[in-house]
Design a protein around this ligand. Structure first.
Ligand SMILES: Cc1ncc(COP(=O)(O)O)c(C=O)c1O
Length: 386
């Protein structure tokens, strides 16, 4: 075997393995409540599906330009104007293979070997592995409930070293569902700019916030890299489509990398996504957002009642990140017990970093309300003092 040494530092995505275990139990006939799944349960919205089918029936499924279909780049630009009142030139918008492709392209043009990037911990696990793949060094920035699980400018300033080149944040964030407020976003933009670094903001959960509007980092600076996706709010996970907004001067470099890495994003997905910004689709997606908020309003108090501590109110995405320390010393063991004894699948903190993972679990409200209630009841029966 000649496996590259870097692979020793690329951990598996544990939630995928947990899902596989849950599915194996289901195959044996067990009923499992899935609170681990990080994707919307709804089918692709009808107008998007129809647009994809119309395109497919023409049969012309060829490559598009590496930066994506011009019409889709223009439609995305229109989305920034209608949703945020921002004028973002389509020339700065790159259509990608999911936010994953966008992250890889952005980091691919930014990270030199040995560069350090600050990443909030807990955070989305793939980021530190992308960094490792590119021979950069992810530096964990421990965040906690007191700062809404988001970094502060003071913390970034204190952690910035000689080799630090950037900060990567997400708002709303995975696994915590918390948002950066406009003031903190502006302060982070400023602290990074003053050090000549790059700010990359993952806005993949934009559209999915409850009782609060997420501010786009693009409202503050054109120098920020912004990632987004059709996966979450637009409910198109399996179509593998996202986008990246980059400062003008980087677009040619990103284009070269996209051409070489995967030639172009999926043509069918891009044609389907042309319908994603239409008013009829928006009506469907907004109804779904409302449904997510109702689910959140069941899961959040339900978990608190079971003894989980949730000190920072999750107001976005579809996750609750809960402190499980009052219930178990090790969340990995608790997850195993919940799955095998109660038939409830939830993600232990392990995936999200090294900042007290044993004390935390992530619950996703990507299933129907009645199933969430059933999951809570099962957990109550298991966790009740005997
Ligand atoms: C914060 C965050 N960024 C990026 C991604 C990747 O999403 P996709 O490649 O499906 O757009 C995910 C997926 O869960 C995520 O949670």
């Amino acid at each position: 075997m000649n496996i590259a040494s870097r692979m020793a530092q690329i951990a598996p995505f544990h939630v995928m393995e947990l899902m596989a275990r849950a599915q194996a139990l289901e195959a044996e006939g067990r009923s499992i409540i899935h609170l681990e799944v990080g994707e919307p349960d709804f089918a692709t919205a009808e107008p998007i599906l129809e647009a994809g089918q119309r395109f497919l029936s023409g049969g012309h499924v060829h490559y598009t330009a590496a930066l994506g279909l011009q019409q889709l780049r223009e439609a995305s630009s229109g989305h920034y104007f209608s949703r945020y009142g921002l004028e973002i030139s389509p020339a700065r918008i790159v259509v990608t293979a999911g936010a994953s492709g966008a992250l890889l392209l952005a980091l691919g043009v930014l990270v030199n070997p040995g560069d350090e990037w600050l990443l909030p911990d807990p955070g989305y696990p793939c980021n530190r592995h992308f960094m490792r793949l590119l021979e950069g060094r992810p530096v964990s920035l421990a965040v906690n409930a007191a700062s809404n699980y988001q970094p502060t400018a003071t913390q970034v300033a204190a952690s910035w070293g000689n080799r630090t080149k950037g900060l990567l944040v997400a708002s709303p964030a995975n696994p915590t569902g918390t948002l950066l407020d406009p003031e903190t976003m502006a302060e982070l933009t400023d602290v990074v700019a003053r050090r000549g670094g790059t700010l990359l903001v993952d806005e993949i959960y934009h559209g999915l916030s409850y009782g609060v509007d997420a501010v786009s980092a693009l409202a503050i600076s054109d120098d920020t890299f912004v990632i987004n996706s059709f996966s979450k709010y637009f409910g198109m996970t399996g179509w593998r489509l996202g986008w990246l907004v980059a400062p003008d001067c980087y677009v040619r470099e990103i284009e070269k990398l996209a051409q070489n890495l995967y030639i172009a994003p999926s043509t069918v997905a891009q044609h389907a996504a042309l319908a994603a910004f239409e008013p009829a689709t928006k009506a469907i997606l907004e109804a779904r957002r409302h449904e997510f908020s109702l689910r959140r309003d069941i899961l959040l108090p339900g978990l608190r009642e079971l003894g989980f501590k949730i000190a920072a109110e999750p107001r976005g995405a579809f996750y609750v990140y809960a402190d499980s320390s009052a219930l178990a010393a090790d969340s990995d063991e608790l997850a195993r017990q919940l799955l095998t004894e109660a038939g409830v699948a939830a993600t232990p903190g392990l995936d999200f970093g090294s900042n007290d993972p044993q004390g935390h679990m992530r619950f996703a409200y990507t299933i129907e309300r009645s199933r969430i209630e059933e999951g809570l009841a099962r957990m109550a029966a298991l966790l009740a003092p005997k």
